[in-house]
Design a protein around this ligand. Sequence first.
Ligand SMILES: [Zn+2]
Length: 76
Amino acid sequence: MKFKLQCQSKTRQSNYTVQCNGVGIVCKNGRIRCKNHAGKSTGPKTPQGKLRSIQNIKNYNDKRNSINNKSAQQTP
Ligand SMILES: [Zn+2]
């Protein structure tokens, strides 16, 4: 019999009471997740991809800060 890891997350359909039956992969944080529960996602690997993800975070933070500053100026 072949050894197989079981996904550790709970299914949404069962209101988080039944464990997922999918074939799991060990993630970076030590948890076992199947492909449907974020097991396949490993993040950006190439330097270009890492740079792009950093740029996206910067853009998001700038946008959020500008919106917060505008609302702060309008309220008083
Ligand atoms: Zn799963």
